[in-house]
Design a protein around this ligand. Sequence first.
Ligand SMILES: [Zn+2]
Length: 119
Amino acid sequence: MSDKEDLWKEVPSHAFISLARRGMEKVSLDQCFLKNCDNEDGNLLEPIKKEEEETEKKIVKKIHIKCKKCGGTFILKLETIKNVAKPTSSEEYGEDTLSMGLVYALDDKGNNIGHIGYF
Ligand SMILES: [Zn+2]
């Protein structure tokens, strides 16, 4: 089952949610994002396939994950935006501001369940 293990490597273990003035909260992505499901056990989640597309501005990966607790499937959409920052001076912005990632959860029909955060 090495294919599935490889799929897990595509999933960041955590995302960060911005809490306005209270900084960032770290959330685990090893959980089921479907409504009415409280599964937070990564062992009950099985990545089944990955779709990836890259454009000039961003890389989008969709990891389809099956939840063995509720029996549903959801999609983690990982969007990496290229060249987010437009530095006016290289001293002001570090190299690592040049790209950022956004995580969304979608249901199995591709409907957006919610913006999870950043990775
Ligand atoms: Zn579930």
